[in-house]
Design a protein around this ligand. Structure first.
Ligand code: BGP
Length: 478
């Protein structure tokens, strides 16, 4: 058996991308609720005020809020052992700053977790997945404000206590390392106070972003420590948007550039959350980029005390980097890179690299030696109905099959410790980067379209039945 008997097969989602009901039962607006839709070529916008007549895709999304029973039953039908979802911070604390939590919001997740339990599905909860209360953005420029640490702690204490018997696996911040990139300003560090415009043109201050990241690290470490002390059965993980960067050639300068990119993009954040300390090159990096991190006494000790139990990451693509290569650029998740002549790309320019997943699993395990989980992976693609009215998504099956094959090799041949696999967007949902519905990942098709129309009905794609078989055979039959 390549995969352990209790391997966590499942799927992943995020509240802001699928719940909808953005202002129902006392929920407040999050940073995602202020984002319009866009496309691959026309970036989505964030607006400081909601604009009448503009479509905000998170507002209805696919309305999991009112379809959760049906959706979780479909996940169960596929055989899910695990379901990754996030809690919408603004359902619990609508502005982030209330004294008391919103009971209706808490009650909603009780129902969701109970439903998971009824189907023997283990929830894996992301505490913050691009859903910072917009009121905190307005007041503190998002995570740049140190006060957000305490608000986040309070939110965590409430949800830990409330769901202590229902949830065991927690991730603090989704793709925390997106804060190392300019795009991270909007959804991740949420250092976007007062800005209205395309998310690609957000005014960037590396000072604000890296300060915000520091606050997220302290917040993460504090709640990890708190959870370990109060809820010994909990397992806390980090979550990294892993961008595997290869040198474009064997020219030594390209090798150095790739090392540089892997450090800044991937290791900078996970070293803090796994090793409990900034990497040695961080100081030089700050100096060279005129970044002055304000730390309070005790911050560094706290980072050391709040290290995670397992390492999770998203993996969709890889890219190449190099110096004066003249190579063409291609898009990718959060960052773009150079085209790799050996790889094909999705319609959105993300280069498909299953072997890179095996390489990545080994790189991470070699460095940290803690259990890992692939909590996002998948192919964003347009789905067209066949003449029989069904979705025959062989391209998606092909993508997933090849990635699972490589996971298998990493486990079986190389010996990495892999806990589970939750492919992204197990049910079609709103794209984080573009706000589209057209970029679909699901095993389950949702009748919802970019113009906001659609009756929200759910249908099984071919990949649904394929994944059902994969899970039933614990990855033997691909
Ligand atoms: C990750 C995010 C998700 C998700 C996924 C796919 O970066 O954690 O929220 O959306 O990427 O990206 P997209 O939706 O842009 O295709």
């Amino acid at each position: 058996m390549p995969f352990p008997k209790d391997f966590l097969w499942g799927g992943a989602t995020a509240a802001n991308q699928f719940e909808g009901a953005w202002d129902v039962d006392g929920k407040g607006p999050s940073v995602s609720d202020m984002c319009t839709n866009g496309t691959h070529t026309t970036p989505k916008r964030i607006t400081a005020q909601l604009e009448p007549g503009t479509l905000y895709p998170s507002h209805e999304a696919i309305d999991f809020y009112h379809h959760y029973e049906e959706d979780i039953a479909l996940f169960a039908e596929m055989g899910f052992k695990c379901f990754r979802l996030s809690i919408n911070w603004t359902r619990i604390f609508p502005t982030g700053m209330e004294e008391e939590p919103n009971e209706a919001g808490l009650a909603f997740y009780d129902k969701v977790f109970d439903c998971c339990k009824a189907h023997n599905i283990e929830p894996l909860v992301t505490i913050s997945h691009y859903e910072m209360p917009y009121a905190l953005v307005e007041k503190y420029n998002g995570w740049e404000g140190r006060a957000c640490i305490a608000y986040f702690e309070k939110y965590c204490h409430v949800i830990f206590e409330r769901y202590k018997d229902k949830v065991k696996y927690w991730l603090t911040f989704n793709e925390v390392n997106s804060g190392t990139t300019k795009l991270g300003n909007v959804l991740s560090t949420s250092t976007v106070k007062g800005y209205t415009g395309p998310i690609t043109e957000v005014p960037d201050s590396p000072q604000a972003r890296y300060q915000a990241l520091h606050h997220q690290f302290v917040a993460s470490a504090r709640v990890v420590k708190y959870a370990h002390e109060h809820y010994p059965n909990f397992k806390l993980g980090n979550m990294i948007c892993f961008i595997t960067s290869y040198p474009y050639t064997c020219k030594p300068e390209d090798i150095l550039e790739a090392q540089h990119q892997m450090r800044n993009m991937n290791w900078y954040c996970s070293d803090v959350q796994v090793r409990g300390e900034y990497p040695y090159y961080a100081k030089k990096f700050w100096e060279q980029n005129n970044i002055h991190i304000q730390m309070e006494e005790g911050d560094l000790a706290e980072l050391k005390e709040g290290t995670v139990d397992f390492y999770t990451f998203s993996y969709y693509m890889s890219n190449c980097v190099g110096v004066d290569t003249g190579a063409a650029e291609t898009d990718g998740n959060i960052v773009s890179g150079l085209k790799n002549p050996y790889l094909e790309a999705s319609e959105w320019g993300w280069q498909i690299d299953p072997v890179g997943l095996r390489y990545t699993l080994n790189e991470i395990y070699d460095r940290y030696r803690i259990p890992m989980m692939v909590v996002e992976n998948g192919l964003g693609a347009r789905d067209e109905k066949g003449s029989d009215g069904k979705i025959h998504d062989s391209y998606r099956i092909d993508y997933l099959r090849k990635h699972i094959e490589q996971m298998k090799l990493a486990v079986e041949e190389d010996g990495v410790d892999l806990m589970g696999y939750t492919p992204w967007g197990c049910i079609d949902l709103v794209s984080a980067s573009t706000g589209e519905m057209a970029k679909r990942y699901g095993f389950i098709y949702v009748n919802k379209f970019d113009d906001g129309t659609g009756d929200l009905s759910r249908e099984r794609k071919d990949s649904f039945y394929w994944y059902q078989k994969v899970i039933a055979t614990n990855g033997e039959e691909l």
